[in-house]
Design a protein around this ligand. Structure first.
Ligand SMILES: [Ca+2]
Length: 173
């Protein structure tokens, strides 16, 4: 099997710079070979129970999101991505918030600081409150079977107390 076989679909997302501002046109891709779980999930009235499920953060759509389900803004809540095959992490990017318009983005809480863990690695990352893909600067020398992102602090949303992540993109090999 060629070394790039698992990473090829992810390479294709790098046609534009990783820190380019994302416009309203979704550009994320589904992440094959991964599964997502979370410490909690928001269940909103009159919405499907899985509307904000963890898998929404790796479904390739910026219109869908994982939202934590704690009663407050969710500090300490986490989302974890497990890999079907352990892999070295080359980059992790997240698109915080929920929704592809600025107004919807501002409605939910966005992550201001998170802790990212992968294997023995743990990294604290501060994020500006900007609606784009943010590179977390996370990579590993050794293969890992999962990564976890833990909410440490948030920018308050205009409505409710639900911290969301629209998409997580992982480059691995
Ligand atoms: Ca999504």
């Amino acid at each position: 099997m060629p070394w790039f076989s698992g990473a090829l679909p992810i390479f294709l997302t790098l046609a534009s710079p990783a820190d380019a501002v994302v416009d309203d046109a979704p550009r994320a891709v589904a992440q094959p070979g991964m599964r997502a779980t979370a410490s909690s999930v928001l269940v909103a009235k009159k919405r499907a129970k899985d509307r904000y499920a963890a898998e929404r953060a790796i479904d390739g759509s910026l219109s869908t999101c994982w939202c934590e389900g704690a009663a407050d803004v969710g500090k300490g809540e986490w989302i974890q991505i497990d890999f079907d095959v352990p892999a070295r992490i080359r980059a992790v990017r997240i698109y915080p918030g929920c929704g592809t318009t600025e107004a919807v983005y501002r409605a939910s809480d966005r992550i201001a600081r998170l802790t990212a863990t992968a294997g023995d690695l743990s990294r604290s990352v501060d994020l500006p409150d900007v609606r784009k893909l943010h590179d977390l600067g996370l990579s590993t020398d050794q293969p890992v079977s999962s990564i976890r992102l833990i909410v440490e602090d948030v920018y308050p949303g205009a409505r409710g107390q639900d911290t969301c992540i629209a998409q997580i993109e992982i480059d691995k090999e």
